[in-house]
Design a protein around this ligand. Structure first.
Ligand code: SAM
Length: 341
């Protein structure tokens, strides 16, 4: 009889201490695929539950985050725990998972029992979850210093992935939530075309608001692609793995909402001259005059298409818009869709 929380490592029974130092080999649990069958957990469409059951791909995804060994990892949306296992196997010191669907609790509890107390399960919604309290302050690094030994990893539900990354970029800009601990890295899945937009450079056909917002606060890379057929059930699209490292200084060092408003307005007419979208920032009566001032002060050609504008040009445009707001504070509240001032 093996005592609770002992595991088989290299064929022999080891103490918790020995195992903590080694790569964790989990005891032979049923596979995530068998557990899903056993607990009759059917994928729910509105939660975008597409499970990654391929152990090699789960391990590759975790490896693509950088070293998780001796780190505290937070995994969002663990579902039946395929990625969760790989994180534990690759030697994370601690793993916190945030799962919204309580049907996965019995499966995750099995993993918790096998994890030497390394796994904590939080039932909750990642969109509102404050991660500040889960990481020990011992792990905190100065913002300008080394990256903290903390990772956020997840095969996110497609329908929450984009709003979540926008929310997290705002949190990065304010150094709150997980980012009170420093420049915490993220490795997340999205629909492939969303990742392609995130990394698209100026002039690229996929360049959009999301490209500018992601690249402003993070160094973003597309790590690799997983074909849709690797998931159960198979989504219509292929899946991209994106890795984000927060920048020490954003390329546009201004308030998140201001940057978001300028970039959103300019991209509101993608195929037109940028000055048309920028006009959405100002009431009609003064539109031409203020748009002209904004582009002249920023020294940016108003006839560029939005996708051609570089980060440094966006920086200058945002600064010149901020300068206009200093002179006319009431314009900050202007919303072209509502037409108010
Ligand atoms: N990580 C698992 C895998 O790769 O097989 C499951 C991935 S599945 C695409 C997304 C998971 O996120 C599901 O388990 C779902 O219940 C969970 N989820 C959906 N919305 C969530 C939310 N707002 N907060 C936390 N988890 C959520």
């Amino acid at each position: 009889m093996v005592a609770k929380h002992s595991v088989m490592v290299g064929g022999s029974v080891s103490t918790a201490k020995q195992v903590a130092a080694a790569t964790l080999r989990l005891p032979s649990l049923p596979s995530p695929r068998d557990l899903v069958r056993l607990y009759k957990v059917k994928a729910v469409k509105h939660l975008s539950q597409n499970f990654l059951m391929d152990h090699k791909l789960n391990s590759k995804l975790v490896r693509s985050s950088g070293r998780v060994r001796n780190c505290h990892v937070c995994e969002v949306g663990p579902g039946p725990g395929g990625i969760t296992r790989s994180i534990l196997e690759q030697g994370a010191a601690r793993l916190t998972v945030i799962e919204k669907d309580p049907r996965f609790l019995p499966i995750l509890d099995q993993l918790k029992d096998a994890s030497f107390g390394k796994l904590d399960i939080e039932l909750g919604d990642v969109l509102t979850f404050n991660m500040e309290k889960i990481f020990s302050s011992d792990l905190t690094q100065p913002w300008e210093g080394n990256l903290p030994k903390i990772h956020l990893i997840g095969n996110l539900p497609f329908n929450v992935a984009t709003p979540l990354i926008i929310r997290w970029l705002k949190d990065i800009s304010l150094k709150r939530n997980a980012w009170v601990n420093g420049r915490v890295r993220m490795t997340l899945t999205f629909q492939l075309e969303v990742v392609q937009r995130m990394v698209a450079l100026p002039g690229h056909s996929q360049r959009c608001r999301l490209s500018v917002m992601c690249q402003n606060w993070c160094d973003v890379t597309h790590k690799f692609t997983i074909p849709g057929r690797a998931f159960v059930p198979k989504p219509e699209v292929d899946v991209g793995i994106a890795h984000f490292v927060p920048r020490v200084e954003p390329l546009i060092p201004l308030d998140f909402s201001l940057v978001e408003k300028v970039v959103r307005s300019i991209f509101s007419f993608r195929q037109k001259y940028s000055k048309k979208g920028a006009g959405m920032l100002f009431p009609e009566a003064r539109r031409d005059e203020l748009v002209n001032m904004m582009f002249t002060v920023a020294d940016v050609d108003p006839a560029l298409r939005p996708f051609q504008i570089s980060m440094s040009e966006f920086n200058r445009l945002c600064h010149s818009y901020a300068a206009i707001l200093e002179q006319h504070p009431s314009l900050a509240k202007f919303n072209a869709r509502e037409g108010n001032v």
